[in-house]
Design a protein around this ligand. Structure first.
Ligand SMILES: NC(=O)c1ccc[n+]([C@@H]2O[C@H](COP(=O)([O-])OP(=O)(O)OC[C@H]3O[C@@H](n4cnc5c(N)ncnc54)[C@H](OP(=O)(O)O)[C@@H]3O)[C@@H](O)[C@H]2O)c1
Length: 238
């Protein structure tokens, strides 16, 4: 595990809207990706003091170094870790290690953002394409849920789904299905009185997978707005 530098301080002038606790630690799968770093920064602003950011490679992409620098400037504990959430053993090992190494913090919640795009049009869609989309999103959410729920009562679980689950997306049948499965898990866990929400995000304009794949422009032509990470919270689609 690597530990980040901390130099700044956050003083909350009003209660955290997310209910982030100063004695809690929060796990973000896909936390080193574009929206992961935006989310981590927002959680730091909301009073989170400790976060574990995961991705398979355990490194921040070069093009996200500005976002990483902003995150490092908060007075918070950040661990970054290589963990493939599609593999239950890796998730179990990670959760055990975080719980044992940082006893002063209690795991209180997770944000599940891990995702891969492996696009193919329907006639070319294979089991392999479905497995890569399901691995990060669907099996990832199950593994995190299983490992964490067996140890702690979570304040929240937030699953990053997409409007593709609702509207479909050309060449992304596997991704759309994985997002729909994520939404279904959220409904199932909610029915068991768990604090979970699945957010069907529209496209983010400046960063992340929609911006990189041209989906923002394609959806704009269909009349669907996009979200800006530079807009003040709460986010508004334009
Ligand atoms: N950006 C958008 O406009 C948009 C819109 C709707 C929904 N969303 C959803 O928001 C989430 C984040 O999107 P993003 O744009 O931030 O994507 P991104 O920049 O590509 O980030 C995805 C992250 O997931 C990690 N990852 C992939 N597979 C993993 C696995 N098996 N285990 C652990 N980490 C894994 C990747 O790192 P490694 O490759 O190192 O593992 C990467 O850090 C996704 O779930 C996406 O579906 C995004």
């Amino acid at each position: 595990m690597q530990r980040a530098q901390h130099i700044g301080k956050v003083v909350l002038t009003q209660p955290s809207r997310m209910g982030c606790r100063a004695d809690g630690t929060y796990l973000l799968s896909g936390g080193l990706g574009a929206l992961g770093l935006v989310t981590a920064e927002m959680m730091a602003e909301e009073g989170a003091k400790s976060m574990v950011l995961l991705s398979r490679r355990g490194v921040v992409n070069h093009d996200l170094s500005e976002a990483w620098k902003r995150l490092e400037s908060f007075d918070i504990e950040i661990l970054i870790n290589a963990c493939d959430v599609a593999q239950s053993g890796e998730v179990e090992r990670l959760v055990t290690s975080v719980t044992q190494s940082y006893p002063s913090y209690t795991l209180r919640g997770f944000m599940h953002l891990a995702a891969v795009l492996d696009d193919a049009t329907l006639p070319k869609l294979t089991q392999k394409h479905l497995e890569s989309a399901y691995g990060a999103k669907v099996w990832g959410s199950r593994h995190l849920h299983m490992s964490l729920k067996s140890r702690v009562a979570l304040d929240f679980m937030v699953l990053f789904s997409s409007t593709s689950a609702l509207l479909g997306s050309p060449g992304q049948g596997n991704y759309s299905a994985a997002n729909a499965a994520l939404d279904a898990y959220a409904r199932y866990w909610k029915a068991m009185c768990e604090h979970v929400v699945s957010v069907q995000w529209g496209p983010w304009r400046e960063l992340g997978m929609a911006a990189q794949t041209g989906a923002v422009q394609r959806l704009k032509a269909q009349g669907l707005g996009s979200i800006s990470n530079t807009a003040p919270w709460p986010l508004q689609a334009i």
